[in-house]
Design a protein around this ligand. Structure first.
Ligand code: PLP
Length: 302
């Protein structure tokens, strides 16, 4: 199975604060990877799909929340590359299906719900066996899609950036994407992750573990910033929403407030605070996730 990387633009951002601080900022538009397999999720799935195909699996099973970009992308990837997909969703069923799950189901994903307590132990052998009895054998992709092969895929984002830069920034959930970026760097550039979760010091360990899978645990060209989670995962406030709206109207690039919005808010705040040396070139990865906007709108959160 051959899966070609998308080519997406690198868009320079012009803003008075950037000229004042003499910083160049580019957005790598991974939101434009694919209509459905958007953003970093394409790169996280790529080598998992290739591996599943090599091992002759016909079915992919994965886990996620009801608004998960990963669930949405896995369903779309299954349809595009010829796998059956099963999405195990945290919590109970709510009808009608929200836009994420209805798109996933439209792409052929079988939706299975798991109560929140069992979900906490989702990799438990008994549960996996129960799922295998129900659905037959499957290739398991972990929640959020982060594993060794996902990190390998995300490393391929770096060579797609055709300009010299000093910093590459990304939003961090599990740290899989950040780990890939770190591995992809082969210059003096530094990778900065912006945690979208509260109390997420575990993220540093996640990244170290992913790196050690490549025997690169000694790399120190990275950092995770924990100051821009806005209260926790999917927590948003009006300042953040206004930032996302303004960003869109000024730069004509849509961003959502769960991941890329928080990261860019942090990037601009750090620029304001002179965190980046003058003449730095920053590349911020737009990791996609715009499908989630419809769910936020439906819940009246935007
Ligand atoms: C999943 C996701 C992330 C987080 O990626 P990790 O590899 O889990 O850190 C960032 N941005 C968007 C839009 C996502 O959907």
């Amino acid at each position: 199975m051959l899966i070609k990387n998308p080519t997406t633009p690198l868009t320079e951002i012009f803003d008075p604060i950037l000229s004042e601080k003499q910083i160049k900022l580019f957005i790598k538009r991974e939101d434009l990877t694919d209509d459905f397999i958007s953003g970093n999720k394409f790169y996280k799935l790529k080598y998992n799909l290739i591996e599943a195909d090599k091992l002759r699996y016909k079915t992919l099973l994965t886990f996620g929340g009801a608004f998960s970009n990963h669930i949405h992308a896995t369903a779309a990837a299954g349809k595009k590359y010829g796998f059956k997909t099963i999405g195990v969703i945290r919590g109970e069923e709510h009808l009608p299906l929200n836009p994420t799950l209805s798109s996933a189901q439209g792409n052929g994903m079988i939706i299975e719900y798991l109560d929140r307590i069992s979900y906490r132990n989702k990799y438990d052998e008994n549960l996996i066996n129960r799922l295998k009895n129900k659905f037959g054998d499957f290739y398991l992709i972990p929640e959020g899609g982060s594993n060794h092969l996902a990190v390998k895929g995300c490393a391929e984002i770096i060579p797609q950036i055709k300009t010299k830069f000093d910093f590459v920034c990304t939003a961090c959930g599990t740290g899989g994407t950040l780990s890939g970026l770190i591995l992809g760097l082969n210059s003096n550039a530094k990778a900065i992750g912006f945690s979208v979760l509260k109390g997420s010091n575990f993220l540093n360990n996640n990244v170290k573990n992913f790196l050690s899978g490549f025997e690169k645990e000694n790399l120190s060209n990275w950092q995770i910033v924990f100051d821009y989670h806005f209260g926790g995962y999917a927590k948003i406030n009006s300042g953040l929403i206004n930032f996302c709206r303004n960003f869109k109207s000024r730069h004509n690039i849509e961003i959502e407030p769960i991941y890329t919005g928080k990261m860019l808010y942090g990037v601009f705040d750090l620029i304001q605070k002179n965190y980046f040396p003058q003449h730095s070139v920053i590349v911020a990865i737009h990791t996609g996730g715009l499908q989630g906007l419809r769910g936020l709108e439906q819940r009246g959160l935007l």
